[in-house]
Ligand binder design. Structure first.
Ligand SMILES: CCCCCCCCCCCC/C=C/CC(=O)SCCNC(=O)CCNC(=O)[C@H](O)C(C)(C)COP(=O)(O)OP(=O)(O)OC[C@H]1O[C@@H](n2cnc3c(N)ncnc32)[C@H](O)[C@@H]1OP(=O)(O)O
Length: 338
């Protein structure tokens, strides 16, 4: 396949060769070096020593099922991001692997997004390392050469939603208790430009404007209507639906699908690749501000207080979910106090 890609890029798509050469530090993904040769490392196996990331490889189909497994909420901590990066690299380098289904081993939660505690009360060096790891996962997933389907089997706020948005296709369990969206503004923080771009590429400008400004979290039905997800299925059918959908993606020859995907995503990826260090600097400067730290602390405390004061939603009533979500906002805490 490397030879085919080389030929295509050198012969028929010369414009791509220059564009795709920049990510020499991210071997095995959709990127080629300037001479057109692939940057993939020798093929090797993979494993997840701590089982935070469970990988089940179907050798017959070449599809890897990757389950995030950090109870209680699959929050994306520095160790989890690091482990996930290693697993993604290994899958990308596995010549038998053609597709990836991303899901969660934790009931009712896909991922709660970035670990709040990695963004609170830490030295700047930690923020910097953490943000580089977040960038790395986005680059690896959004730029993956594998066909990638998210089987969203639970709530998926903020960074959890971003993980799902990196996939080529999103199937969500149709459970009205689950929510999905980029809710950063509700925490008093700002989704970085590449979160915004990933959403924009998926749902368009107007929906992005509304969703990001309001920090909206959507029910599965709402998410479907906005094309934030592509399909809803009953929870029990999620994995079979994802596997069936994967079959459709794998009917397309890999090289054609990969080059098409890279053409569509490369300018968005380059947006970050061209300014990673500046983006890290911005993040560290932003997150270490006293006002932002206070917002995050309010928010983390409000999550914990919910446990003491609010019973978990017991009916299928969406309104209840929305009010719980809003009640978790630091702004709500402030309103309550005044
Ligand atoms: C000049 C300007 C330039 C601008 C530059 C911009 C630079 C960048 C800015 C920064 C951007 C940063 C981007 C961040 C993206 C994120 O992902 S932030 C994280 C957002 N996540 C959330 O809001 C989700 C919060 N969690 C929930 O809503 C719920 O927990 C849940 C719906 C996921 C699950 O609910 P439930 O099952 O009821 O569990 P809980 O009891 O709520 O939680 C259990 C347990 O987990 C803890 N927890 C929850 N979420 C997180 C998390 N994200 N991180 C760490 N821990 C979390 C929760 O506190 C509970 O802990 P205890 O058991 O009480 O100890």
């Amino acid at each position: 396949m490397a030879a085919v890609l080389r030929k295509l890029i050198q012969g028929r798509l010369p414009a791509l060769a220059g564009v795709l050469c920049r990510r020499s530090g991210n071997e095995g993904h959709l990127f080629l070096n300037s001479s057109g040769s692939t940057l993939m490392q020798p093929r090797c196996g993979y494993s997840s020593p701590t089982e935070s990331v469970i990988v089940e490889m179907d050798k017959a189909t070449g599809v890897a099922l990757l389950k995030l497994n950090i109870p209680p909420v699959n929050s994306l901590s520095l160790p989890l991001l690091t482990e996930l990066a290693i697993v993604l690299d290994k899958l990308e380098m596995d010549k038998h692997c053609r597709g990836l289904i991303l899901t969660s081993a934790v009931p009712n939660i896909f991922s709660a997004g970035l670990n709040l505690f990695d963004m609170m009360d830490k030295p700047n060096e930690h923020y910097s390392e953490f943000w580089r790891a977040v960038q790395e996962i986005w680059i690896k997933l959004y730029g993956s050469s594998l066909a990638n389907i998210a089987a969203i089997n639970g709530s998926s706020p903020a960074g959890g939603c971003l993980l799902a948005l990196c996939s080529d296709y999103r199937i969500m369990a149709n459970n009205p208790h689950f929510t999905i969206g980029l809710n950063e503004t509700r925490l008093g923080i700002v989704a970085p430009f590449w979160f915004k771009d990933t959403l924009l590429n998926t749902v368009g400008k107007r929906t992005t404007e509304i969703s990001l400004n309001l920090g909206a979290l959507y029910s599965p039905t709402e998410a479907l209507s906005l094309h934030l997800v592509d399909r809803l299925v009953p929870e029990t059918q999620l994995l079979s639906a994802a596997t069936e959908e994967m079959g459709r993606w794998l009917q397309v020859p890999d090289h054609a699908r990969q080059i098409t995907k890279s053409m569509i995503r490369k300018s968005t990826l380059e947006g970050l690749l061209n300014q990673r260090e500046a983006d890290i600097k911005n993040f560290v400067e932003f997150i270490s501000r006293d006002s932002i730290q206070k917002s995050l602390q309010f928010y983390a405390q409000s999550l914990q207080k919910q446990k003491q004061h609010i019973h978990p939603p017991s009916s299928s009533c969406r309104q209840q979910i929305s009010s719980v979500t809003f009640a978790r906002s630091p702004w709500y805490s402030l309103i309550q106090r005044s």
